[in-house]
Design a protein around this ligand. Structure first.
Ligand SMILES: CC(C)(COP(=O)(O)OP(=O)(O)OC[C@H]1O[C@@H](n2cnc3c(N)ncnc32)[C@H](O)[C@@H]1OP(=O)(O)O)[C@@H](O)C(=O)NCCC(=O)NCCS
Length: 201
């Protein structure tokens, strides 16, 4: 990973690439996908299609291994400043945490995530997000972490709250979800707030 040199003195310094792997804890690892992961990723998404479709807008765009392959190729060069980590628990693919966007000019980033239904309810997402946020703040020198959640998605709101993000507001009809608009809730935390919170724990 290139060093995030220069900032804030040199605002034109190149954005560093996120790490290709991050250890969360023994047996729980985050890995940037390689092309060989496309089939397993598609199978996992397909098995959880109905469960994920309740709150994620992209399920109808993922219909084949090739669709996952295209996504993996898209994120690999980081050209659009988005990044994906597969969550592997003792090698098994159980979910995804992604940097949906990185606004490098303002040093902020938006997180997205999902976990397979059978692996939910065990803290895997909260722990994985915590690791990614730490990486973004400490290694990439980003400043503000954002999670946007459909207002009625209570399990996802609970993740943001458990991580200590602050509720900043509600956006009316923010997202089109197949057949309806949904309101979304924005949660955020800045690096200094995160450091205070981490020091307190
Ligand atoms: C949103 C979603 C990722 C939340 O998953 P989750 O498994 O509830 O979240 P976590 O991994 O943080 O697990 C939290 C649960 O594990 C429990 N837990 C156990 N050990 C834990 C630990 N060490 N740390 C945190 N939570 C722990 C918590 O008490 C909580 O249980 P509860 O649901 O009974 O209250 C999941 O519901 C999902 O994938 N939904 C579909 C896609 C989606 O909505 N994505 C988000 C779009 S914004």
């Amino acid at each position: 990973m290139p060093e995030p040199i220069g900032w804030p003195d040199d605002p034109d310094s190149p954005p560093p690439l996120p790490a290709s792997s991050l250890m969360v804890e023994d047996g729980l690892e985050l890995l940037a996908p390689i092309e060989g992961d496309a089939r397993e990723l598609f199978v996992t998404v397909d098995e959880n299609r109905e469960y994920l479709r309740e709150w994620l807008p992209w399920l109808d765009d993922v219909n084949s291994v090739d669709d996952e392959l295209a996504m993996i190729r898209r994120i690999r060069d980081y050209k659009n400043f988005n990044w994906v980590y597969l969550i592997r628990e003792y090698g098994d693919l159980v979910g995804v945490v992604s940097l949906n966007w990185v606004d490098w000019d303002n040093r902020s980033f938006g997180l997205g995530y999902w976990v397979s239904e059978s692996s939910s309810g065990r803290g895997i997402i909260t722990k994985s997000c915590k690791r990614v946020i730490e990486h973004c703040f400490v290694d990439l020198k980003l400043h503000r972490s954002v999670i946007e959640v459909a207002a009625d998605n209570h399990p996802s709101r609970a993740v943001a709250e458990r991580l200590g993000l602050r509720l900043e507001g509600i956006s009316k009809d923010r997202e089109w979800l197949y057949d309806r608009f949904t309101d979304s809730v924005m949660f955020a935390i800045t690096a200094p707030e995160w450091n205070i919170q981490s020091g307190a724990n």
